[in-house]
Design a protein around this ligand. Structure first.
Ligand code: SF4
Length: 425
């Protein structure tokens, strides 16, 4: 059996597509090995959202080539779409397969080992053409419902590497959900690029969620990262269904309306705040996490203070902090008033400190309450680890430790620092 290993950078959508490729290769008779082991095929699913992601992708490609001298190195993902027309930009890979043709990688490798040359670009690709995940590198699995984006935020390269927004047929999504439940998954994460914009034959984002929640079975549904401009005024009512987890990663990016306008974001700080308040009025412990970009071109001290102010007001459960990264081909890359790197660094440190402060405060607010934890790992000491429905990490000692099982736990205390902070049951 040929051995194949995988490495994925970037978003949950990329993680999902790797899981689907793992299933495809597994069904095609390949042996899935860990990335640290020698392999005959190495698949690197890249990201290009920032300069740092490009550099990490390049390092992975060079590392894989030097470690697996005789292996077939397949580079796929957003960096391929960003650089495939630039000779040498993707390093010494055997094959570079863009996002549109990612679902053809197994056929490409099968042809390769039969000595046939197949050019994926000559065959129609399908961004939804992946098999149902039954073999995954994770306990929870993702359901891809959408791809691409039409928003064209001025800093974002994604529309040019993932294409226009497309929504997957609702019937396919519901079949996919039933199949992964049959395959034993208990937590499903809806993913895509701009999922709030899902719309297929009149079924919108809220409509497809309602249909999924009607499917019988012991499971819960989580929504991955979302834009604050894709859902209706009644969206929060869907979360009254205990199957839908009370957590949203809603990307704010800046606390300054002036900067949001320059970013071409389709909401204001006020409308964002009203969304959060609407949810919290109904569910006081609803967990909002977010993304913040610091150092966007033209960001003044006053703009940055506005970002700090909204964070102090909304007290997010966690903040992913990004230093603005110039991406060739985006409008913001051509903006005149670029911010020096040292200012970006100092501003990002301030946001990270704020994030840590409010993350601990949020987790502390759950002490004494119950969480239903999906067990993802059992450590050698017999402690089970997993996430509660509010997307907080929990550790506890169950009587009969078992992975991929829901356990209801009363949280007793918060322990650990930074990303090691965990709630004890
Ligand atoms: S909504 Fe904006 S930030 Fe998000 S993928 Fe689309 S263009 Fe990029």
């Amino acid at each position: 059996m040929k051995r194949v290993s995988f490495k994925t950078l970037g978003c949950r959508l990329n993680q999902y597509e790797t899981d689907a490729l793992v299933t495809n290769f597994d069904r095609a008779g390949y042996r899935i090995v860990d990335f640290s082991e020698p392999a005959d095929v190495v698949v690197i699913n890249t990201c290009t959202v920032t300069r740092q992601s490009d550099q990490k992708s390049r390092n992975l490609i060079n590392h894989s080539v030097s470690k697996n001298k005789d292996a077939v190195i397949v580079v796929t993902g957003c960096m391929v779409d960003n650089y495939k027309k630039k000779p040498g930009a993707l390093g010494p890979a055997t094959y570079a397969v863009d996002n549109q043709h990612k679902n053809l990688i197994v056929s490409l490798i099968d042809s390769h080992f039969k000595g046939e040359i197949m050019d994926p670009d000559t065959v129609p690709g399908d961004v939804f053409g992946f098999e149902t995940v039954d073999r995954s590198l994770h306990t929870r699995t993702s359901i891809k419902i959408q791809d691409g984006c039409d928003n064209f935020c001025t800093y974002c390269i994604i529309p040019s590497v993932r294409g226009r927004a497309v929504s997957r047929p609702a019937r396919e999504i519901l079949d996919n959900v039933r199949s992964v439940l049959d395959n034993g998954f208990r937590e499903l994460v809806l993913t895509g690029v701009n999922i709030g914009r899902y719309n297929h034959e009149g079924i919108d984002f809220e409509g497809i969620i309602e249909q999924i929640l009607k499917i019988p079975g012991e499971f819960r549904l989580r929504i991955s990262s979302m834009e604050p401009d894709g859902f209706g005024p009644g969206f929060h009512n869907l979360f009254l269904n205990p199957k839908l987890t009370p957590h949203l990663h809603l990307c704010l990016q800046s606390g300054s309306d002036r900067i949001l306008t320059k970013m071409r974001r389709m909401y204001t700080v006020g409308s964002f705040t009203r969304i959060v308040e609407r949810f919290r009025k109904q569910m006081p412990h609803f967990n909002f996490t977010t993304d913040i970009i610091v150092g966007f071109p033209g960001e003044t001290d006053a703009d940055f203070m506005a970002t700090r102010k909204i964070i102090d007001e909304l007290k997010f459960g966690h903040i992913h902090t990004f230093r603005y990264s110039r991406r060739a081909g985006t409008r913001a890359d051509r903006f005149p008033d670029q911010i020096p790197e040292d200012i970006k660094v100092s501003r990002s440190e301030i946001i990270r400190t704020l994030s840590e402060k409010y993350r601990k405060a949020y987790m502390q607010s759950l002490v004494g309450k119950q969480q239903t934890v999906l067990v993802e790992k059992i450590d050698p000491a017999g402690f089970a680890h997993g996430y509660g429905e509010h997307y907080v990490p929990v550790m506890f000692r169950p009587e009969a430790p078992e992975k991929n099982r829901f356990e209801t736990v009363t949280l007793t205390r918060l322990t650990g620092e930074k990303d090691k902070a965990v709630l004890m049951g």
